[in-house]
Write a protein that binds this ligand. Structure first.
Ligand code: ASP
Length: 334
């Protein structure tokens, strides 16, 4: 390239593609009495997102619509009904990415927005930035037409009880026995993992391919139970819990965020699809890498530009769903 010349490549094809939408509603040991609610929530998200794709709408609109439904459903750790911070508040993180325009928008630590994924979309469309956090993100959303609500509207009694139980366990020195790490490792992160691994990872996400051949991804979360106020996990960090590029793949992850962040696992996975490995194999490899390298647990949905996809988790269950031209289906294990 000669000095002063710049290339901007927008990658999309004119060919007609069969649209595909995949969603997840978290990877953990989903209890029996919560199974139906998880599958129903995932199905509702598929219905909303695929309605957009089947009338020729964009992958970005579809993932935003699907995740909005999941944020509004108190079953999941996103939007209302999310896990609480150690001081009893809901703090939300969300990111979406358009793989055709290579644009991304994220928000983190927002407390007064019912649908952080819609604020993330505003960041993507209406700001020169990729990421806005805290009060700045709330004011940005307000300035672009979103309402600010009281944080208490996002907090459920169920979550107050869950937080109290987690803090009682913490005070008792993590008496439960679900962590498989080294017994002598008393670091704060290991202690947190000990507790986190016994709890749910109900983050939500979606990946889509539209009829124009564009990919998009979205992930939204209330983060981990009893997190320190201000903590940001993998979900809304670009290339960690969410990424999309038409030249590679679209991905959304869920699980224990700190290991996923350290491995930049979303980008790790999409790079491998770009290099020619099938999404089906890469999804399994990504979760194996997460566990083998850092003892992490979680789940992944991964979609390539040719419509091939992969799902994997190393937790007992992961709520997932897929919609294609031939219909839709949901499941709780892969
Ligand atoms: N990955 C999320 C986080 O660490 C939690 C989850 O997936 O449920 O914030």
């Amino acid at each position: 390239m000669t000095g002063g010349m710049h290339y901007h490549i927008r990658v999309s094809s004119t060919a007609k593609h069969d649209p595909i939408l995949l969603v997840h509603g978290g990877a953990w040991a989903i209890p029996r009495d919560a199974e139906a609610a998880h599958e129903a929530g995932v199905q509702n998200a598929l219905d909303a997102g695929y309605a957009i794709l089947s009338r020729g709408g964009s992958a970005l609109d579809a993932v935003e619509a699907a995740v909005t439904i999941l944020e509004d459903d108190p079953t999941f750790d996103a939007g209302r009904g999310s896990f609480l911070t150690s001081d009893g508040r809901v703090q939300l993180d969300a990111l979406l990415m358009d793989g055709g325009r290579m644009k991304a928008g994220g928000v983190a630590c927002v407390e007064r927005l019912r649908n952080p994924i819609q604020a993330a979309r505003l960041v993507l469309e209406k700001s020169p930035h990729v990421y806005i956090v805290g009060a700045g993100a709330e004011q940005f959303a307000l300035a672009h037409g979103m309402s600010l609500i009281d944080n208490a509207e996002l907090v459920l009694d169920r979550e107050r009880e869950r937080l109290a139980a987690a803090q009682a366990r913490q005070a008792a020195g993590f008496a439960d026995d679900t962590f498989s790490g080294h017994k002598d490792d008393k670091s704060p992160e290991t202690a947190f993992a000990h507790d986190a691994s016994s709890h749910s990872h109900d983050t939500v996400g979606a990946v889509a391919l539209d009829a124009r051949g564009n990919l998009a991804a979205a992930t939204s979360t209330g983060g981990t139970l009893n997190k320190t106020p201000g903590r940001v996990g993998d979900s809304s960090l670009i290339g960690c819990g969410c990424y999309a590029d038409n030249l590679a793949a679209a991905v959304s992850l869920t699980g224990w965020g700190e290991p996923i962040m350290k491995l930049v696992l979303g980008k790790w996975a999409t790079d491998r699809v770009a290099a020619g490995t099938t999404p089906e194999l890469v999804a399994r490899e990504a979760i194996a890498y997460l566990y083998n390298r850092l003892g992490g647990h979680g789940g992944i949905i991964l979609l390539g530009p040719d419509g091939r996809f992969g799902l994997a988790h190393n937790t007992p269950a992961m709520a997932w769903g897929i919609a294609t031209v031939s219909g839709s289906r949901t499941g709780l294990t892969v």
